[in-house]
Design a protein around this ligand. Structure first.
Ligand SMILES: [Zn+2]
Length: 189
């Protein structure tokens, strides 16, 4: 093995030891005055063991990272829903006043398909995953749903109203188009 493939730590100890860290790094601990040749010999004699365990550690680290990207724990989803209940009603109230529209109840949902909805009676639903998107995205969804209080469709007139209230709307729409699907996939259950 090359010298730069492992970290060498000299200390007041009598034996040599090898540790494979969770991220696959190799730590070799050796006595203070042992010659480098002896260290190399020791490391090389353990090479196949090192390679095997390094591979296992790296694969496990990769799997953990992939898991973080994909599924959110139920606990985390609960936290997001609680945060959404604090944040979203404020944004809705702010834009509703600005637009001069009324609305019914606000419900936070854990959904894998949509970001928000507005019923004919004006009841609003929002996905708690919006808490993981940039703040401007939440505002875009809030304005979109509130504009359905004026236009219950996605006509040209509807989008004109959306853009009038929230000129950054296209940016938030673009973010959802590019990242929304991956975010929705993280929903558990
Ligand atoms: Zn809509």
């Amino acid at each position: 093995m090359r010298d730069d493939e492992y970290e060498l730590i000299r200390s007041k100890r009598k034996s040599l030891s090898i540790e494979i860290r969770a991220d696959g790094r190799i730590i070799v601990r050796v006595p203070m005055r042992i010659p480098l040749e002896e260290v190399r010999e020791f490391v090389n004699s353990k090479e196949s063991w090192i390679r095997t365990h390094q591979k296992i550690a790296r694969e496990r680290a990769e799997a953990l990272k992939a898991d973080e990207r994909s599924r959110l724990s139920r606990e985390k989803i609960r936290e997001l829903a609680e945060k959404a209940l604090l944040v979203i009603p404020d944004r809705v109230a702010y834009y509703a006043e600005k637009m001069g529209v009324t609305y019914g109840s606000i419900t936070i949902r854990n959904q894998r398909t949509r970001w928000g909805s507005c019923s004919a009676k004006g009841n609003l639903n929002f996905n708690c995953l919006l808490m993981l998107a940039p703040p401007g995205v939440l505002d875009g969804v809030v304005v979109h749903e509130l504009c359905h209080r004026i236009e219950m469709n996605h006509s040209k007139k509807f989008y004109e109203e959306v853009l009038r209230v929230y000129p950054e709307y296209r940016k938030s729409e673009k973010w959802l188009k590019e990242n929304g699907r991956a975010l929705l996939r993280r929903m558990t259950g």
